[in-house]
Design a protein around this ligand. Structure first.
Ligand code: CA
Length: 421
């Protein structure tokens, strides 16, 4: 763990709302995003979340342009320096409050954008409980395939359809083939689902042909966002063999607007997943002593649902990324192990974060046992999969005794009916 003054839980900000109970963005967080004021003719630019306000990075002379890619490209050391400057500027001890105040914009008056231009997106499958649950529905006797404990399974996703929290998601159409039907039809998905995930944003990249060593991997990550990997299970079931997910996933992926930087996450590092005694040891290119000791990240993730009949959302699950079978460093090392290059702003999805308990399952597929056991909601409604008008809201936070609690904000999306054929 690399802790400094910016992680001190006693730090206070002159922005009062940063101290409200349950606030996602205390001064120990300093999450970065891209914003502009609603209804104003002005360029989108970088800002830092503090309480219910955004401080324009221009206040510190930092001009990002409409994405944070160039900042991400500058690497961990530059991110750390900016973090220290922001911490000082937002502290009650600053002598520049009057000048800085002019650069504050209330979040309510701001429009938020994708924080980075995402060139490439890969999605992994690091949640062993999720992988086992999904596998059990397909292969009851042999839920985990033999490669699972040897390498972080992943597939290449689609960058162009990644949307920011709040954007509506249209129910996709595609080929569906119920097991008893003689032939597929092209129709709106009836089994639309979400997947509770985290997304990790690449910082400095690597040259083509030069893998990133597992021990250096976290130096190549800028930060984390919430990620909902919308999934059409009926399309997926028909198309996924033999090449993996394709159109069942690429119609939309929602991420949260605020990047919680790797330095903000330092206090919440934990040991890597404890492998069973008879599990294989990771191969040398995936094994690093420090990573095993503190390469895990304790990040709680929750999914909430608001149907059109509900006033307030209800929580469907709460899981924790500390249950991930593979660490973030291992997925970065694996992604680049063949020489594939990461570029600043690339997105790596964790895979669905499910825990061992029934209230920690990160998809409706798992919660409803593939629709066999519909979820009973407190207001009397039931759900096997998402219906039109349903809104799902992912939230995340890091909690550790002796440290500030920091949050990720939200990644939300509401389902719109399928469009015209
Ligand atoms: Ca996924």
């Amino acid at each position: 763990m690399r802790l400094d003054d910016t992680h001190d839980p006693a730090l206070r900000s002159w922005v009062e709302s940063a101290h409200e109970p349950g606030c996602n963005f205390p001064i120990q967080n300093l999450a970065l995003g891209i914003f502009k004021r609603k209804g104003q003719k002005e360029p989108a630019r970088g800002g830092v979340a503090i309480g219910d306000q955004i401080l324009d990075l221009a206040a510190l002379g930092v001009r990002t342009g409409p994405t944070l890619n160039s900042l991400a490209a500058m690497g961990r050391q530059a991110a750390r320096k900016l973090r220290r400057e922001l911490s000082r500027a937002l502290s009650v001890k600053t002598r520049h409050k009057k000048r800085l105040q002019k650069h504050l914009v209330p979040m309510k008056q701001a429009e938020l954008f994708l924080p980075v231009a995402i060139g490439d997106y890969s999605d992994f499958f690091t949640g062993i409980h999720h992988a086992t649950n999904m596998g059990r529905m397909l292969r009851p006797d042999n839920p985990l395939l033999p490669n699972y404990k040897w390498l972080p399974i992943g597939y290449h996703g689609r960058g162009s359809s990644i949307v920011i929290s709040g954007a509506a998601v249209r129910r996709p159409r595609g080929q569906l083939k119920p097991p008893d039907a003689p032939a597929p039809v092209y129709a709106a998905s009836k089994r639309l689902d979400y997947e509770v995930e985290l997304g990790f944003i690449a910082g400095t990249g690597n040259a083509l042909g030069r893998p990133i060593a597992v021990g250096d991997a976290l130096e190549h990550v800028f930060g984390a966002v919430l990620l909902n990997d919308w999934s059409a299970r009926d399309m997926q079931a028909w198309e996924y063999q033999p090449l993996g997910p394709f159109l069942a996933k690429s119609f939309a992926t929602t991420i949260s607007p605020w990047i919680v930087t790797m330095d903000a996450l330092e206090p919440y590092r934990c040991a890597a997943f404890a492998r069973a005694a008879d599990d294989p040891q990771p191969l040398p290119y995936l094994l690093d002593e420090d990573d095993q000791r503190e390469g895990g990240l304790a990040i709680e993730v929750e999914m909430h649902l608001r149907t059109p009949k509900m006033k307030a959302p209800v929580r469907l699950s709460r899981g924790n990324f500390r249950d991930s079978y593979w660490t973030l460093a291992q997925i970065v090392a694996h992604q680049t192990s063949n020489g594939c290059n990461l570029q600043p702003g690339d997105l790596l999805g964790s895979g669905t974060i499910s825990g061992a308990s029934a209230d920690s399952l990160g998809s409706l597929m798992e919660l409803s046992l593939a629709g066999k056991n519909p979820l009973q909601l407190a207001n009397g409604e039931t759900r096997s999969f998402l219906e039109d008008g349903d809104e799902v809201i992912e939230r995340g936070r890091c909690v550790r005794e002796g440290y500030a609690t920091i949050g990720f904000g939200e990644a939300s999306g509401r389902i719109m009916p399928a469009g015209a054929k």
